[in-house]
Ligand binder design. Structure first.
Ligand SMILES: [Zn+2]
Length: 133
């Protein structure tokens, strides 16, 4: 697979890669032993919970590649920090709360600038003209 996603996920383990419906699912689990609290910066290895995050990504060999991430929430170790629980960040893969990976957003921006929103939208599935402008 030449999809940029598979060059990026440092700190992730690929659990499953295979067809699911009309797309290819990539199940990725975050495996770094700790994460830094975004408020106070202290690292924590105490996992509070895990949840799944679905991202949209680039077409791959004519099919859509759908990354499904298992992401963790950690307890902040600092007793006086205002944030008791935080979600680990995914640098290089996806911004907090973003639905698309960084690679998809970069490709959308480049295609949108080169061809204009209407044409770019048809090439860069899945998206809409508005998201390219
Ligand atoms: Zn903190």
């Amino acid at each position: 697979l030449s999809n940029p996603l598979f060059l990026l996920p440092t700190g992730f383990r690929l659990d499953h890669l295979g067809p699911e419906g009309d797309s290819i699912a990539a199940h990725l689990t975050a495996v770094s032993p700790s994460a830094a609290c975004p408020t106070c910066g202290l690292p924590s290895s105490r996992v509070h919970s895990r949840y799944r995050r679905q991202l949209a990504d680039l077409p791959s060999q004519g099919r859509r590649l759908r990354p499904l991430l298992t992401v963790r929430r950690f307890f902040c170790p600092a007793p006086d920090c205002s944030r008791r629980i935080f979600t680990e960040r995914l640098p290089g893969l996806a911004a907090p709360r973003a639905r698309a990976t960084a690679s998809l957003r970069h490709a959308q921006a480049a295609i949108g600038q080169a061809l204009g929103g209407e044409v770019g939208a048809r090439l860069a599935m899945p998206t809409s003209p508005d998201s390219l402008l």
